[in-house]
Design a protein around this ligand. Structure first.
Ligand code: ASP
Ligand code: MG
Length: 452
């Protein structure tokens, strides 16, 4: 394994006929420059969601015919994808046989599950769900492998369970055993000269059960692989141009940011999967988020060399819920405990917490369960009020005066500022909870003041 390595992550959104030939081109460019390319792929669009919802409906209203129809739909779509990207014979014929084999296995697993679910109350465990949903990535990876080979690029597929990428048994959100898996991967890669294709999102426990790494987990696989092989870089390919300074639907002049630090990427959220970023941060692997169609449009993520000043990103979370909870008979500790239990019970995430002597202000993420949380707490405290709110935030590198400028502007814009928050030491993020119908104007004003 003497060549420098580039790990490419191809997400579900770009696994479409318009982009797959360009992926091949990117890999070709890398191999011509002397790199060893690794392609980590997600399932094709919608496939993960469809398998999940099918599996969860198995015990109710499905029969064998429904299962067969579901499988044949998946088979046809994947075969069509192979035709659309013009995989030639004899590769095409072999690929079709492989796809049929994989889906046959899935069909049998579904039929067995269905049969068993008639005799037992509930058979669809998280472990089973993982095993079934992992098929999505197996299908796309095999297509990618055949596509590369049919175009004269020698490619080998390694399933996560063949490497193996070993995880704990926290099904649906498993964690990779880094040291063991890194050793396995390095062994597996020894003497490999071809391009390697690896289905993302999946792993296997030490007892041999398939796991998944949490939704969006292909990032996690790619970053794990990049760190474990000490890759020169990891490229997360997108249909957009890197990380933008704001949502271009709101801010027309939003532009690609050339560089952000790992910490800034974490604070911004949604740029790289939370779990994935830990690996690259630890091993200082460089990441690039690049447009598949135009790789010059990219954002590099790495260790900060000389921290700049000011904001890089303006962002927004809409339709959140702000809960104001007061009880003068309770200490804030007890109030907090009660409130946390309720949020935990209904699996609603708290985004921000602030308090006064006898009250708590909590910003909760969007969730269908929020009414339950509200009613739960209402029955236990003196006063509770719930309202819609938005959160605006800046990501960058800030000083005290930025924080006051930020708040001043929000007040001036008449945003009904509710909570303003920042962590002072080494501040990467300033945020505020506001209530306004004209959020677009607020974001644009913030952009004008802090970025442009
Ligand atoms: N296919 C998986 C999901 O949709 C993993 C991924 O896309 O990264 O969550
Ligand atoms: Mg996906």
């Amino acid at each position: 394994m003497s060549k420098p390595i580039i790990v490419n992550k191809f997400g579900g959104g770009i696994l479409v006929k318009e982009f797959i030939p360009i992926m091949k081109k990117r890999i070709e460019e890398q191999t011509k420059k002397g790199y060893q390319s690794i392609a980590v792929v997600s399932a094709m669009p919608k496939v993960t969601d469809e398998i999940l919802s099918f599996v969860n409906n198995l015990k109710e209203n499905y029969d064998e015919k429904t299962i067969e129809a579901f499988i044949s739909n998946l088979l046809n779509r994947h075969k069509q994808a192979a035709l659309d990207i013009k995989i030639s014979n004899p590769h095409l014929g072999k690929l079709e046989t492989e796809l049929e084999k994989i889906l046959n296995k899935l069909e049998n697993e579904l039929k067995n599950t269905h049969k068993n679910s008639k005799s037992k109350a509930s058979i669809v465990t998280s472990a089973l769900e993982d095993k079934l949903v992992a098929y999505g990535e197996k299908l796309s990876a095999i297509i990618m492998t055949y596509y590369l080979n049919s175009n004269g690029i020698l490619a080998t597929e390694f399933l996560a369970e063949e490497i193996p990428i070993v995880t704990d048994n926290h099904f649906k959100n498993a964690n990779i055993d880094y040291l063991v898996s890194a050793k396995n991967l390095n062994n597996k890669m020894k003497d490999i000269k071809s391009v390697v294709v690896i289905p993302g999102f999946t792993g296997i426990t030490k007892d041999g059960e398939i796991t998944t790494l949490g939704r969006g987990g292909t990032d996690t696989t790619a970053c794990f692989i990049g760190a474990a092989l000490q890759a020169e870089k990891i490229i997360l390919w997108k249909d957009v141009g890197g990380v933008l300074s704001a949502d271009p639907k709101i801010v027309k002049t939003a532009k690609t940011i050339p560089f952000i630090s790992y910490l800034e990427a974490e604070e911004a959220g949604k740029i790289i999967h939370d779990k994935a970023i830990q690996y690259v941060k630890m091993y200082k692997t460089e990441i690039e988020i690049a447009s598949i169609a135009n790789p010059k449009l990219n954002t590099k993520i790495g260790e900060i060399k000389k921290p700049g000043k000011g904001a890089k990103i303006v962002s927004l979370k809409k339709d959140l819920n702000l809960l104001l909870i007061t009880d003068e008979t309770m200490k804030v500790n007890d109030l907090m405990l009660l409130v946390c239990e309720s949020f935990k019970k209904h699996k609603v995430e708290m985004l921000l917490i602030s308090n006064t002597r006898y009250s708590l202000q909590i910003v909760a993420d969007k969730s269908d369960e929020i009414e339950k949380v509200y009613n739960d707490i209402k029955s236990k405290v003196e006063e509770i009020e719930m309202m819609k709110a938005s959160m605006v935030f800046l990501v960058g590198n800030f000083e005290a005066k930025d924080v006051s400028n930020f708040n001043d502007l929000l007040v001036k814009l008449g945003t009904d500022l509710q909570i303003s928050a920042f962590y002072f030491d080494n501040c990467k993020r300033i945020e505020a909870v506001i209530r306004t119908d004209n959020i677009e104007k607020v974001v644009n004003s913030l952009y004008k003041k802090f970025i442009k």
